[in-house]
Write a protein that binds this ligand. Structure first.
Ligand SMILES: Cc1cc2nc3c(=O)[nH]c(=O)nc-3n(C[C@H](O)[C@H](O)[C@H](O)COP(=O)(O)OP(=O)(O)OC[C@H]3O[C@@H](n4cnc5c(N)ncnc54)[C@H](O)[C@@H]3O)c2cc1C
Length: 405
């Protein structure tokens, strides 16, 4: 059954919900069924892409691995659709496997990434030990639930839009209230009250496991990394700056979300842009199978060393000193060949983009530059740009202004 819900910064109920709060599962069920019944799709499950083989700025193949070993796929057409980067942070609603592997593939291939400092924090993730953090959808606030602290004070009540102000504003308010020593809760006792369990059966079930009944108890919440507006730079056809390499979905930076995605626009973008990508690929011939050189297979990635660094330096509130510290920690990891290297490279590129953007806009808030600049400056950088900029910072005296500006 479908229902239209209200979410942050929307003026009317227009977000489709299926089976209460089981929309994602429903989408996956339909998509998987459609893929399995399409004869032109060959599914390789349990296979991880580790590097793109690129010659003269054109894709030649993919180096991949599965449980039984390495796999080389010769092709001149690759689409990266690897999702977001939430898994690079300690607190995220994203599955742990979404840690920007596609961004690392594109960066190593020489592609440009854009706007990667724009990370969206969702204000109401369930504040408990589970990872990924269960999400308390904005639709609950759309249904009238409010944000309170341990004293019962509604700390968002005076803000324009109150609890349904844009995500970045609510996330910063929650973050600051917590930094001032408070605990933060979503209070659904009045609205939707007794209807909670029926409207949100999945959330209701995990609250129950944590000993919380949303009809009677405030639900503990905190902000968590939720969505990445930036990503692989693509044009209107989904083409990256490397020939034969497209990107789609959260991994792509189409520019459609600006610095702050409006709730639920990502699936809309994925549906619309996927068609454009498919049409663009169709217009490029498969070409002869190239003889591939024997590239070394990188080891499987492990982002765990990177998570505390990004969490500390690239959170809801950022400043130059914190970002520079993150860059100093990430640079040696990104230059190495350990399991952390790819994750560190993506984190480093986010940090370099964040230190360069000396303003606050959407998901990127600099407490040392709290205002928006007069005109939007799109940021884009390659792996080589990021490594050069990071080296300047590492070699400069701590916290001195670097050669970046
Ligand atoms: C809890 C939650 C709720 C959300 N709610 C909404 C909503 O209501 N509306 C909305 O519009 N958006 C919502 N979003 C955002 C939206 O779900 C995502 O932006 C979207 O699913 C991204 O889709 P994708 O196809 O780009 O990537 P994903 O769906 O993340 O898929 C990426 C896939 O690539 C695989 N992968 C990664 N690296 C590799 C590799 N190296 N080799 C092989 N495979 C790899 C991953 O395992 C994964 O299966 C939500 C997100 C979360 C986390």
């Amino acid at each position: 059954s479908w229902r239209l819900g209200l979410e942050a910064a929307h003026r009317r109920n227009r977000i489709v919900h299926a089976t209460g709060d089981g929309t994602g599962r429903e989408i996956m069920r339909a998509l998987i069924a459609a893929v399995r019944r399409t004869p032109s799709i060959t599914l390789l499950e349990g296979v991880e892409a580790r590097r793109l083989i690129v010659e003269d700025n054109a894709v030649r193949g993919v180096l991949a691995a599965n449980a039984s070993g390495a796999l080389t796929i010769a092709t001149n057409r690759v689409v990266i659709a690897t999702g977001g980067i939430g898994g690079l942070f300690a607190d995220s609603t994203n599955p742990g496997g979404c840690f920007g592997q596609g961004l690392a593939l594109a960066a190593h291939a020489g592609a440009k990434l854009s706007d990667i400092e724009f990370v969206q924090f969702h204000p109401t993730a369930f504040d408990g030990p589970s990872r990924p953090m269960p999400l308390l959808t904005e639709a609950i606030r759309g249904d009238g639930a409010v944000l309170i602290d341990e004293t019962g004070e509604r700390f968002m009540a005076d803000q324009p839009g109150a609890e349904l102000a844009p995500r970045d504003i609510v996330a910063r308010a929650v973050w600051r209230h917590r930094a001032a020593g408070h605990r933060t809760f979503l209070d659904a006792r009045q609205h939707p009250g007794a209807e909670f369990a029926q409207r949100y059966p999945v959330i209701s079930a995990f609250c129950k496991m944590a000993g919380i009944d949303p009809a009677h108890d405030p639900i503990p919440i905190r902000p968590a990394v939720h969505y990445h507006m930036g990503g692989i730079t693509v044009d209107g056809f989904g083409r990256s700056t490397v020939q034969g390499l497209w990107a789609c979905g959260e991994a792509a930076r189409t520019g459609l979300h600006g610095a702050n995605r409006l709730a639920s626009n990502s699936l809309m973008e994925a549906i619309v842009c996927a068609r454009w990508v498919a049409e663009s690929i169709e217009s490029v011939s498969a070409g002869p199978r190239a003889m591939l050189r024997d590239d070394a297979m990188p080891q499987a990635s492990d982002p765990s060393a990177v998570r505390p660094i990004l969490t500390q330096g690239l959170g809801v509130l950022r400043d130059r000193d914190g970002i520079a510290r993150a860059i100093r920690s990430l640079y040696p990891l990104a230059c190495g060949h350990s399991a952390a290297s790819d994750a560190a490279l993506v984190g480093l590129m986010v940090a370099v983009a964040a230190i360069r953007r000396e303003e606050s806009r959407g998901g990127h808030f600099r407490s040392d530059f709290p205002h928006i600049a007069a005109s939007a400056v799109p940021s884009s950088l390659t792996r080589a740009d990021a490594l050069a900029a990071a080296r300047d910072i590492v070699e400069s005296t701590p916290f001195a202004r670097s050669a970046l500006s």
